[in-house]
Structure formats: structure tokens, C-alpha cells
Write a protein that binds this ligand. Structure first.
Ligand code: ASP
Length: 436
């Protein structure tokens, strides 16, 4: 069995629904279909989930809300009309509309995006509908109760051979709706895949897989055909957005693979994500992010002071700031953090370090971090040499260097203004020598 999940752009209009149906009909193993709420049909369009959040704010502040409601409702009625479906969606819409006047629960309202999409898809495919409230079970702490969820899914599989289910939400023990974080339909698909023991989790989206570099920076980057879960995590942490990160462990734990596919190009094989991959290029991908800040801390004889770094880190912890990197010299240590995480406490941290540790601190802003990721870099001679020659060739100065202990990630700090140039220089250099 294959569990399929279709993201918002795959659900955006009747044309996309038709593509989904062709994909499902193409392989009888595709028996479980998880859907997102309709996403953008074109640039500038608004996703249903965003409209629902706006609607909820209007209700909260008693601002007229009929226009927004109409925009939402029309997305569904247009799809139903264009596909020649029954008018049962109108009844569902009317039931929700009538509840808007009462104190509607926020999670319930937001979850209706996926609920209505799954209703339409179930009718269109002729597969039974099952509500995610029945299968995805949360504890009151907002975490999925794995055992109850697995049991509910196994029970559903005994009753139904195939079904359509809304993504993004489930229920607390008392039946109230609980949402995953944004993009959470990916997680629903992962729990179903695991609970059903499916052979693969197909995640259908609008790109043909994980790209080897950011397409806004590099023209037409390669699609990565095979990537490990660990590499994907490194790529995603540093900015490559493909899957919701919480969707990995439910399937990786069971050694099930995820296949990222493109609803608009169903013939393309996409990216296969596995615990272990054989072969493949030296470099899997290049990724990164801008806007980090470096707190450069200097003190004479710092290298001999036991506990110095701990005391520095405690100050960052006090302000709940996540530390990204910690390059050290003999009498200096730098703490690199995301700029957005210290906006509110930058000066408190500087004065805290100066006071408590009697050290000098200078702050460098506008730093970007670029990561070169590849399982096959481990033990390979000459990777750093090629990397730094490529940067030197592009006249780029390196501000920081770090390599993960397993040699699968080399991270370099640069000026924000050099980020794009550096990414392109590395990408074309690695591509030209056949390493990417
Ligand atoms: N519709 C939700 C969102 O926009 C969940 C999802 O699509 O995965 O975040």
C-alpha cells in the first residue's frame, strides 16, 4: 500500500483535482489520500488556511466577515461545480456558516479548510471519507498519542480498503480539534504511513523534489534523486523547505521511505528520502540562510579560564536564544545566533557578558551561513580545498568555518552581501567537476 499526501497547490482548483485523480488511478496501491486545504491558484492568490485565520480575527474583533466567508466558500463551490459533483458541499458550508455567529472554536474553524477539501476529494475519487478527528489522536499536551493513533488507524484499515482523510488536524481525548503547526498535513501523512505499515509515503507537491540549491539564487538547480533523512534535516534546518520536519521521525523510525513528487509532472521520479542511500554524488546540496549576528568575545588568557564558555552560554539561555555556532580562537570565542532571536535582548546580552565575565564584546551583524551537505564528503580528500578555491576565485572572504564531526556538513560564514555570489560559485564549481 502507498499513502499519498497532496499539498495545497495540488488541491487549488478543479484542474488540480483532475491531476490528483489521474495519479491515484495510475497505481492501485495508492489507497490512502491525505489532503491539504486548497492553496494558491496563481501568484497573489490567498490560501484557504490563511483566509480562515483572517476570518477568525474578524469574528474576534466583531468586524464584518461575510466577504471573507464568501471567498472561502466560493473556492469549494467552484471546484464542485467544475467537477460536476453533487451540491452536498453547500450543506457542509451552510453548517459552518451558521456556527460563525456563535463562539466558534478557532482550531475547529481553521481545520475546516482540510475537512471540506477532503469531502470534495472523497466524492470525486469515490473513496470513503474518514475524519482525522477519529484517527489522529493528541494528548492534552498537544503531542500525538502514538499508541492510540496507531490503534485507531489499524482499526480504520480493517473497515476500509481505501479512504480520503483531511490533513493538519486531529482530536484531543475529549474530541475537541487540535491542529499541527502550519504545513502539518505532511505529519498526518507520516502517521498514516506508519500506522498502516505502508511501503512508501508519497508526498505530492508542486516541485519535482528536493533541489540541490535555492532556485531563487541558482538557475535551474538539479533535483536530488536520493537523500538520507539526516541530510534532509541538515538541508531543511538551513533553509531548504520541503517537508514539515515533524513528518520525518514517524516514518524514518520504521525504515519507510518518503518520495517527494510533483503533481504537475507526475512522470518525474522526484526525490527518494531514506535512512541510508548507496552511491550518489559527493555533494548532495548547498543551502543556507542570511541574517545572523556574531557576538565576538575577547578576554586575555580566556583559553585558561575553566567554565568561561558555560557562563557565556548561560547568558544566552537566560534570554532563550538558540546558539547556532561557537567558533573559538585562543583568547576569543564567538557566539553566532539568528538576528531575529536577539532583536529584543541584544544589549542585555552584551552588557551581561561584559559585567559577569569581564570580557570585551563586539557585535557583527549581517552574517550569512552557507552549508555544503553531502553524505559522501566524509573521508573524501580535497573537498575543502575545492570549496575555498571556488570562493577565492569569486573574491569572497570567509568569516567563519565549521565542519560537522561526521564530515557531512561544512558550514561557512560570509557577509550577507556575498551570499548569492558564493552559492553560485560553489554550485557551478561542484557541478563542473562532477561532484554534484
Ligand atoms: N493548510 C495548512 C497550512 O496551510 C496545513 C497544510 O497545508 O499542510 O499550513
Amino acid at each position: 500500500m502507498i499513502v499519498t499526501k497532496f499539498g495545497g497547490t495540488s488541491m487549488a482548483d478543479a484542474g488540480q483535482f483532475r491531476k490528483v485523480r489521474n495519479i491515484i488511478l495510475d497505481d492501485p496501491e495508492r489507497r490512502v489520500v491525505v489532503v491539504s486545504a486548497p492553496g494558491r491558484r496563481y501568484k497573489g492568490d490567498t490560501k484557504v488556511t490563511d483566509l480562515l485565520y483572517t476570518l477568525y480575527m474578524h469574528l474576534q474583533y466583531s468586524v464584518p466577515y461575510e466577504d471573507i466567508w464568501q471567498m472561502i466558500a466560493q473556492k469549494y463551490t467552484d471546484i464542485a461545480r467544475d467537477l460536476g459533483l453533487s451540491d452536498s458541499i453547500n450543506m457542509e458550508l451552510e453548517a459552518i456558516h451558521s456556527e460563525l455567529r456563535r463562539q466558534i472554536d478557532q482550531n475547529y474553524l481553521i481545520s475546516r479548510g482540510e475537512f471540506l477539501a477532503a469531502r470534495l476529494m472523497s466524492e470525486y475519487l469515490g473513496f470513503p471519507f474518514i475524519d482525522a478527528q477519529e484517527l489522529i489522536r493528541f494528548s492534552y499536551d498537544g503531542k500525538v498519542d502514538q499508541a492510540i493513533t496507531d490503534e485507531a488507524i489499524a482499526h480504520a484499515a480493517e473497515r476500509m480498503e481505501r479512504f480520503v482523510i483531511p490533513g493538519f488536524y486531529g482530536a484531543y481525548p475529549n474530541g475537541d480539534i487540535c491542529l499541527f503547526s502550519r504545513g502539518g498535513s505532511d505529519i498526518t501523512g507520516a502517521y498514516l504511513t506508519r500506522g498502516l505499515g505502508a511501503k512508501i509515503y508519497e508526498n505530492w507537491t508542486d516541485v519535482s523534489g528536493v533541489l540541490a540549491a535555492d532556485p531563487r539564487v541558482v538557475d535551474n538547480p538539479r533535483i536530488i534523486s536520493n537523500i538520507t533523512y539526516a541530510e534532509l534535516r541538515e538541508m531543511s534546518y538551513m533553509g531548504a523547505n520541503v517537508l514539515h520536519e515533524e513528518s520525518v521521525s514517524p516514518v524514518a523510525d520504521r525504515n519507510i521511505n518518503i518520495n517527494i513528487r510533483n503533481t504537475n509532472e507526475p512522470k518525474e521520479e522526484g526525490t527518494l528520502i531514506q535512512n541510508e542511500c548507496d552511491g550518489g554524488p559527493i555533494i548532495t546540496g548547498i543551502t543556507g540562510m542570511k541574517d545572523f549576528v556574531s557576538f565576538d568575545i575577547t578576554k586575555e588568557h580566556l583559553a585558561n579560564e575553566v567554565g568561561f564558555v558555560r557562563k557565556v552560554l548561560e547568558i544566552f539561555e537566560r534570554y532563550k536564544v538558540n546558539v547556532e555556532h561557537l567558533p573559538t580562537g585562543i583568547d576569543t570565542v564567538s557566539v553566532i545566533v539568528a538576528a531575529s532571536s536577539v532583536n529584543h535582548c541584544m544589549y542585555d546580552i552584551v552588557s551581561g557578558i561584559e559585567r559577569t565575565l569581564e570580557a570585551q564584546v563586539s557585535v557583527r551583524r549581517d552574517i550569512s551561513l552557507l552549508a555544503v551537505v553531502g553524505r559522501n564528503m566524509a573521508g573524501k580528500v580535497g573537498v575543502c580545498s575545492r570549496l575555498f578555491s571556488a570562493l577565492a576565485g569569486a573574491n569572497i572572504s570567509v568569516k567563519m568555518i565549521a565542519q560537522s564531526p561526521d564530515e557531512t556538513n561544512i558550514m561557512i560564514g560570509l557577509d550577507n552581501s556575498d551570499y548569492e555570489k558564493a552559492t553560485r560559485a560553489l554550485y557551478s564549481n561542484f557541478l563542473d567537476c562532477g561532484w554534484l
